[in-house]
Design a protein around this ligand. Sequence first.
Ligand SMILES: Nc1nc2c(ncn2[C@@H]2O[C@H](COP(=O)(O)OP(=O)(O)OP(=O)(O)O)[C@@H](O)[C@H]2O)c(=O)[nH]1
Length: 614
Amino acid sequence: MATMKSLIGLINKIQRACTVLGDHGGEGMSLWEALPTVAVVGGQSSGKSSVLESVVGRDFLPRGSGIVTRRPLVLQLHKTEEGTTEYAEFLHAPRKKFTDFAAVRKEIEDETDRMTGKSKAISNIPIQLSIYSPNVVNLTLIDLPGLTKVAVEGQPESIVADIENMVRSYVEKPNCIILAISPANQDIATSDAIKLAKEVDPTGERTFGVATKLDIMDKGTDCLDVLEGRAYRLQHPWVGIVNRSQADINKRVDMIAARRKEREYFETSPEYGHLASRMGSEYLAKLLSQHLETVIRQKIPSIVALINKSIDEINAELDRIGRPIAVDSGAQLYTILELCRAFDRVFKEHLDGGRPGGDRIYGVFDHQLPAALKKLPFDRHLSTKNVQKVVSEADGYQPHLIAPEQGYRRLIDGSISYFKGPAEATVDAVHFVLKELVRKSISETEELKRFPTLASDIAAAANEALERFRDESRKTVLRLVDMESSYLTVEFFRKLHLEPEKEKPNPKNAPQPNADIYSDSHFRKIGSNVSAYINMVCDTLRISLPKAVVYCQVREAKRSLLNFFYAQVGRKEKEKLGAMLDEDPQLMERRGTLAKRLELYKQARDDIDAVAWK
Ligand SMILES: Nc1nc2c(ncn2[C@@H]2O[C@H](COP(=O)(O)OP(=O)(O)OP(=O)(O)O)[C@@H](O)[C@H]2O)c(=O)[nH]1
């Protein structure tokens, strides 16, 4: 069974680790909030500092008028072997042992000012102080600013509400044990501490009522109704306390003497003598310590559950943002190539299906190319008038005798050259689709997210490769078009020749034997022959251009988009490889934070395992 010392020591340890990591409650479900704590609350001058000091047995808290406690003070008490020297240690100044408690007080004041400036404002970032002493019990207490009604000189008006909000933020947590300090010489039921405790803990199960200043109550009055639980009932018994009076403090009565005096007060008191064994600051310290231990024991399963859940969450996030990368060049090269492959996979999924975008290439072939071909100005180029003009120019001074061979060739060449436009446009359209897919693939490659430099290197290399494929593709499609004009399909014209001319008999306009070959219908006929031939060429190109484009651009992109890049990377030196794997600084910071938190949680889990199940 775990000992009291080890259980409270465990929580102390986890609390210290939380503070180092900046976890002191607040946002989300923090480990700090899951830990049971004792918070000391009370109105100004209710005797809070005095209670804390007598629990510790030392003067060490700043004193003065106005609001002295302006940051939460997490006070961890560690009991040491009898005869050892007492000392104090601040978490913000580790390894510095304070044996002079006046210096502790000074450090609390200075550290408060460090955070809040001299502004007398308050801050919710706690100061963490550990006291090692044979005169304490293991206990963690949080001293909070005293609840107040008015701001004093130099303090903002809002301080009254700010203090209440800060105190409330501690005491409303279900794991907070409330030590509610009320001076007995005032009406306890309306004390600031009891009012707040009632609000956040109506059943009183986590409130410990403490009545101070029993010794200076009006003559003839006593506090028995409260201390015996009749006036204001809580689940836990009330504890009466007699602290040093101001006169004692001025006379520098030491704490050990004060404790003795307090004991004597109760033992000899006619009113409280029968309660003496359950009164006084020493009793209060033991009561709290025991209670804290019970609560911790109850909470351990839920703390462990929270720790495990947090570890899972942190691991999941670390997986998402990526683990740290190795530093040797072999591993770096491997990482870069792995990342390239990851990108390549996504890119191929876009082309081959599975991810959208590849279908837009088919859209170019199926829609854009035919539409562009349809728009070519063959009507104008093969109009009777233009046919006549081209044929006559080709004939020169000697008109053709049977068929205008030169004229046909010029008309066909002229028409075919129009195909260059749609051919190049197809190459460009596919190029832009591919470029867009590279962009999309870069942004969709999860693994690349943490390496912005490498991502842009890969994008640049891929785009460069696409430019090369585009040049190659352009040459190929233009060659296909040129091939069409370099050798015409003779059979087409032979067949034309064999087809009988289906002219409608028109006796009125009966053809004049000689004028015939120069008439409009003759040129119209030539135009329609060329047009039929060009339609055939068009059908061929509509089919062959996509093949050329896929061959030169799409297939190459799939096969060798990053080949050039791989070769370049392979030649790079270690520093350059490292530079390519530069990460987003924010991400690196986040990973660092997560790693530290993971360490804390794992350590906490090990500590709990070691202590709780011994
Ligand atoms: N006689 C007597 N005086 C007490 C007792 N408790 C506190 N005092 C005096 O009351 C005054 C205020 O006590 P503190 O302990 O400073 O009270 P506090 O709640 O910490 O005050 P702030 O930090 O200013 O909010 C001091 O002068 C103490 O000496 C007590 O039980 N008996």
